[in-house]
Design a binder for this molecule. Structure first.
Ligand SMILES: Cc1cc2nc3c(=O)[nH]c(=O)nc-3n(C[C@H](O)[C@H](O)[C@H](O)COP(=O)(O)OP(=O)(O)OC[C@H]3O[C@@H](n4cnc5c(N)ncnc54)[C@H](O)[C@@H]3O)c2cc1C
Length: 386
């Protein structure tokens, strides 16, 4: 006997922070049956589980600052909205700069950021040292600081959005890998998930670093590559100030912030080739520790707690890809977030839920993130990717 085909209005492939946010936002709209398909046994175990938690307004494009502005507001009232505390610590982001060229560029983008309502200040080296006492300042020329930035807990965002989605009737299917698919002649979709046959009117590809593979199942080319990114954490330490900004040593790319009473410290390896390895590289992380301790000498005395590696989903211009693909208007992408997807999940959930429910994103202008930009050479790369 042939097995029955299940149907839904919206199928979301991927139960990371993006899938959960989109589901939660759709739960507030009358769009029919919405189902999230996550291949693992739990939500949020992909890239989201590796996110360092940073949330910032200090981006270089208008579109990214606007996604951040919306998201920070939502993360700030997350508990009221979802019942789950996002642990948002508004500790600020401090960018330390060691070249006049960088200082000039940061001062230029600070004008755009301020024009968009982000309270970004260009500050002196002495002021930077006041923000994080103990840093090595000999080679610094200045810094920027934004008090509205901070650190939140990625798992809390997933839990809150999943709760909201569930309350609104969304089904969260775990152990439901989407393995085979086809478009229907009428623009809808057929696919297999967890061994079951499904059909949907809309398909949202929120598969993070695996978005290219999910796209390929539907015959859609998604230009997103997985790239390993790493950090380590230390045991609790006594030297951290009460309020420590998330600090980025822009010259070396090393970032650090308070984490469970210790320090979380990481950096991107610019030579890391695309690939799915999530094994921490001790030599690389040893170098990160050295660079981190050069900038913040107390770090040298901390004791290592964990080594961590996860995947960025990287698009050609380090910007997200949002919205429909040209060939399939009801196949939506929410991918390519590099190192800033966790913090943009609230805005992306809002935008894509509006594309489905209203026919377009009304609250946020997401045209800069359209897939078409790669064909028309309209891409404006994000220059502040960490
Ligand atoms: C080391 C590191 C540090 C980071 N730091 C930050 C930070 O400070 N701030 C920030 O904002 N962002 C940060 N990020 C980026 C952030 O983690 C990601 O942008 C974000 O989590 C992406 O969420 P997602 O839901 O798109 O992807 P994921 O969380 O990866 O979710 C995708 C899901 O899709 C599922 N899936 C894949 N294929 C299938 C299939 N065929 N069928 C069903 N399910 C499938 C996967 O199992 C996975 O759960 C960091 C990332 C890393 C690696």
């Amino acid at each position: 006997m042939a097995s029955r085909t299940r149907t839904c209005e919206v199928a979301i492939v991927g139960g990371g922070v993006m899938g959960a946010s989109i589901a939660a936002h759709l739960a507030e709209r009358r769009v029919g049956r919405v189902v999230v398909f996550e291949r693992e046994d739990e939500l949020g175990t992909g890239s989201t589980s590796k996110a360092a938690g940073g949330v910032r307004l200090q981006f270089t494009t208008r579109a990214n600052v606007e996604l951040s502005r919306y998201s920070i507001e939502e993360i700030g009232r997350f508990r009221d909205r979802t019942g789950v505390d996002a642990d948002f610590d508004r500790c600020g982001y401090l960018f330390l700069l060691d070249s006049e060229d960088d200082l000039e560029q940061f001062a230029e983008t600070a004008k755009l950021q301020r024009a968009l309502g982000a309270p970004v200040e260009v500050i002196s080296v002495a002021e930077a040292e006041r923000r994080l006492p103990g840093i090595e300042t000999g080679d610094l020329v200045g810094a920027t600081f934004c008090a509205a930035d901070g650190v939140a807990t990625p798992a809390a965002l997933v839990a809150g959005y999943a709760a909201l989605a569930r309350r609104g009737g969304v089904e969260l299917r775990r152990g439901a890998e989407v393995t085979a698919a086809a478009e229907r002649p009428d623009g809808g979709f057929r696919f297999t998930a967890g061994g079951e046959a499904w059909e949907s009117e809309w398909l949202v590809n929120a598969a993070g670093p695996w978005a290219r593979g999910v796209g390929a199942l539907f015959g859609v080319e998604i230009p997103v590559e997985p790239v390993r990114r790493q950090f380590f954490t230390t045991e609790p330490v006594s030297f951290l100030p009460e309020s420590m900004p998330l600090t980025i040593d822009w010259g070396t790319g090393v970032y650090l912030h308070r984490h469970s009473g210790g320090v979380l410290c990481g950096a991107a390896d610019p030579d890391e080739p695309p690939g799915f390895s999530q094994t921490p590289d001790l030599d690389f992380l040893g170098g990160v520790w050295e660079r981190g301790a050069h900038r913040y000498p107390p770090l040298a005395d901390a004791a290592l707690k964990t080594l961590n590696a996860g995947l960025y989903a990287v698009s050609p211009d380090h910007n997200a890809i949002l919205g429909p693909v040209p060939e399939l208007p009801r196949f939506l992408v929410a991918g390519g977030f590099s190192g800033h997807g966790m913090q943009h999940a609230p805005a992306v959930g809002r935008a894509l839920s509006e594309v489905i429910a209203d026919g377009e994103s009304r609250t946020l202008d997401i045209t800069a993130f359209a897939m078409e930009r790669f064909a028309t050479d309209q891409a404006a790369p994000e220059r502040r990717v960490i």
